[in-house]
Design a protein around this ligand. Sequence first.
Ligand SMILES: Nc1nc2c(ncn2[C@@H]2O[C@H](COP(=O)(O)OP(=O)(O)OP(=O)(O)O)[C@@H](O)[C@H]2O)c(=O)[nH]1
Length: 367
Amino acid sequence: MKIQSYDELLYSKHRLSLMLFLFLNFATSLFSMLRLHSTLHIALTQPVLLISVMCCALLIWMILLPQWKFPLLNIVASIIGLLWAWQIYIKNEMVFYFDGSFLLISLLSVFFIGAIALGDHLLAFCLHITPASLTALLLDNGHDTAMLLFIIIMPLIGFALHHVMLRRRDQFTRQLVRQLYEEKETLSDLSMLDPLTGLYNRRGLKNRLDNILENHSGSHFVLLLDIDHFKAYNDSYGHAMGDQALSRVSFAIRDAVRSRDIVARYGGEEFLVLLTNVNESIARKLAERIRECVLALEIPHRNNKEVSTHVTVSAGFAPMLADDFEAAIANADRALYLAKNRGRNTILSAGELELTSLRQPETADSL
Ligand SMILES: Nc1nc2c(ncn2[C@@H]2O[C@H](COP(=O)(O)OP(=O)(O)OP(=O)(O)O)[C@@H](O)[C@H]2O)c(=O)[nH]1
């Protein structure tokens, strides 16, 4: 789960709270109307009518437009709180004998709705209960002030504590989600790297390639490099020294190219460099620079005598035409094969390969 989806979860909780709040107020207002008619035979009061119409309209709106964002909880809570305060004021005038119980019951019903629907929303809860609480305290004229204050203050303390706990839990969950997400990213990054050389592996290369093909439309070249006589190197210096040589060569390759080029370990002692936004002459210069840098490492290689006394690489490169990566690799591989045949420590392009194959029939004709 990402932070965004956690926020979406919180938002849907917020939306449900608002819907429950509207429903409870709508039901209470209807109940209040029915009682007024049946027992006291008094006409409908304006605040109750407004509450029922407003709640009903908002509920229908929310049901019909589920995708609509409704950051309305605080506003709706304060408006309905004011309307209930108005209703308490009007109804208080109609109560014949004042014994304080009407105010207590009215206040309790306002708190009851707030407690059920706004338990997780301290501000909305306070906005909802404040008008009714102040109205009840004013109308009470000091008769039952202690009882009213008790009814007001106790839930407030409870909700404030509950709110602090919720905030902590929320912070903890956010931190946990963020941490898990970062760890997932790290693991995903690691799964794209070759542990010995720190270069991209095939998976990482594929990932970067997709990215490049999506965002850069320039001309790209694929360069395949292979360490010369590496089997012989392993045989005479041992596998551990072979690993060290591989690691040093990979650093040299990374250093020789530009930061925007993608360097990957493509096979055991084979490397692939994706040269982005280059023409053939720059691609050749970069390949040549790699060859020189590897040679300049001066890693002794006594079984490479026909080429050098140090570790060398051969390379073949080819343009990536029409974003066809596989075709470019196949062409670069053929050029690499020919570079090996031409004595190693050599660089050849796919273009030169074609020229060579064109010249061969000519040579045959002249013979
Ligand atoms: N030390 C070490 N050796 C490796 C690793 N991966 C591949 N190799 C060795 O690289 C050698 C590749 O040998 P070959 O494919 O025969 O090619 P080569 O000896 O380099 O000869 P040419 O490519 O024709 O110059 C094999 O001996 C593999 O064991 C590795 O991670 N560490």
